[in-house]
Design a protein around this ligand. Structure first.
Ligand code: UDX
Ligand code: ADP
Length: 474
């Protein structure tokens, strides 16, 4: 018989007010008005931005997020730096902090750096009172829950007179940026991994406020953790597959859009995630595959690890081949030439730039001495400088720097006097560009490189612009 025992959840604390924590808690607060939700972060500036009156200044741009914040903020949804107090009050703590790939030491370049997760676990261990359910929400390597559990329990032994105890659950986040609110409200599934059925039921009861119970799946802790890595690895694999075929199409008479459509009609393959691109970006795909690679190696499965590593290699290769191709088309040199880069976000409808293809492609252009004119409707230029200024400084030191980069608020100003346009993000604005006007303000010969295949081909072909469309014969 089904075990229906559960804990009553009245107060939630989410540690980490980022792209996952912010939107997820906004939806939980909206759907569960009787629960108080405190989102905490060590970054004071970030918390201040979450509390901005002007909703266009929230730290995360997501369609629909501003309305949820407006409706629920300071009612049952709070953004605060009071980590200690918020943990004390909470019946359930979500850990939603960043877990980037390790830069140094064992597993450098592959494994996730868990120092932030560990420091959260220590804080929860210290400040929690009575029974607390700790939910792992960040993408983490398999068996991290075990590490969190040992930190929590080690602290218990040292502090026996206090009446506290913990249950650890894994509840991976499957939302995609740009459609986060919709993904949270209408998830394909909600996965809850754990051992303590009472705690699992408590988390399920929160989701049941808006998610059909057939979509809520239970599993072991480790299956849940692994499913998140594998899900992202499968998605990324589809993109590397289609991107590898785009190069083949460019050499033959095939067109990648026709191939995508034809294969996507096979129900076993499915039509989603077959869009050609300059390479996948985002905080998850590369990191999760590298985690899988590390895990397979660790468990003595080199063939498995090499298999998945190839997905990342093809992605890097796709970015490189695009910058090389542009240099080649511009007579082998882009030194001193102006290249307008349209889009710096890793995909449309987000202001996130993590692992965006634009980063390495712009770095290649800077190395070649080009003048890079960047436009993006949502990305803050300060964010771009975090990615590009170091390379610019390194180049200046090498004395090879002739170009540089500049940010433009206006699309046509970024394009004016340029030798080439490179579309990297599929923002709607770029679909409506007036190509006739563009052809009059560029230097000749002028090139348009479309890595998202969004340009209206009929209208651009009426101009004297040279047009390169990814994955089709030129
Ligand atoms: C991904 C997963 O989709 C999500 O389930 C997980 O929780 C986090 O990682 P996200 O990285 O936010 O989400 O966005 P996603 O839509 O998956 O796009 C990732 C990258 O792949 C983007 O750079 C996007 O442009 C690219 N992409 C996506 C393609 O190149 N082609 C496609 O067909 C789809
Ligand atoms: P994600 O995409 O996973 O949400 P982000 O980088 O957008 O990642 O957000 C993670 C947030 O977690 C950051 O705002 C960071 O300041 C916060 N953070 C990291 N470590 C801690 C910690 N120990 N306590 C509180 N917040 C933390």
């Amino acid at each position: 018989m089904e075990n229906l025992e559960s804990y009553l959840i009245k107060n939630i604390c989410c540690i980490g007010a980022g792209y996952v924590g912010g939107p997820t808690m906004a939806v939980i607060a909206d759907k569960c008005p009787t629960i108080e939700v405190n989102v905490v972060d060590i970054d004071h500036k970030r918390i201040k931005s979450w509390n901005e009156e002007d909703l266009s200044r929230l730290p995360v741009f997501e369609p629909g997020l501003d309305n949820l914040i407006k409706k629920n903020r300071n009612k049952n949804l709070f953004f605060t730096t009071k980590i200690e107090d918020s943990i004390k009050k909470a019946d359930m703590v979500f850990i939603s902090v960043n877990t980037p790939t390790k830069k140094n030491g064992v597993g450098a370049g592959l494994a996730s750096d868990l120092c932030w997760v560990e420091s959260c676990a220590r804080q929860v261990a210290e400040f929690a009172q009575s029974h607390t359910i700790v939910v792992e929400k960040s993408t983490l390597p398999v068996r991290t829950a075990e590490a969190i559990e040992s930190i929590l329990n080690a602290n218990l032994n040292a502090d026996k007179e206090q009446d506290k105890s913990f249950s650890v659950l894994s509840n991976p986040e499957f939302l995609a940026e740009g459609s986060a609110i919709n993904d949270l409200i209408n998830p394909d599934r909600v996965l809850i991994g754990g051992r303590d059925i009472k705690a699992m039921n408590a988390l399920k009861s929160i989701y049941l406020s808006w998610v059909d119970q057939n979509k809520i799946l239970y599993s072991s802790l480790w299956s849940s953790e692994l499913s998140k890595l594998v899900s992202n690895a499968f998605l990324a694999q589809r993109i590397s597959s289609i991107n590898s075929i785009s190069a083949l199409c460019e050499k033959t008479d095939a067109d990648i859009r026709e191939v995508s459509m034809a294969i996507g009609r096979d129900k076993r393959i499915g039509a989603n995630f077959l869009n050609v691109s300059p390479g996948f970006g985002g905080s998850c795909f590369k990191k999760d595959i590298l985690n899988l690679v590390y895990l397979a190696n660790y468990y003595g499965l080199p063939e498995v690890s090499q298999y998945w590593e190839q997905v990342v290699k093809i992605n890097d290769w796709q970015k490189k081949r695009i910058s090389n191709l542009i240099i080649k088309k511009l007579f082998g040199t882009i030194s001193g030439k102006k290249i307008a880069v349209l889009g710096f976000a890793f995909k449309a409808n987000t202001n996130d730039t993590r692992e965006s293809a634009a980063i390495s492609i712009c770095q290649d252009f800077l190395i070649e001495g080009a003048k890079v004119a960047i436009h993006d409707p949502k990305v803050d230029p300060k964010q771009i400088s975090l990615h590009l200024n170091q390379s610019q400084k390194d180049l200046e030191e090498l004395n090879s720097m002739q170009g540089g980069w500049q940010f433009f608020e206006n699309i046509y100003e970024s394009i004016s006097d340029s030798d080439a346009i490179l579309i990297l993000t599929e923002w709607d604005q770029y679909k409506d560009i007036d190509w006739f006007k563009v052809s009059n303000i560029m230097r000749s010969p002028s090139w348009v490189f479309d890595t998202r295949s969004i340009v209206n081909e009929t209208s651009i072909k009426k101009t004297n612009l040279n047009y390169w469309n990814i994955g089709s014969i030129q």
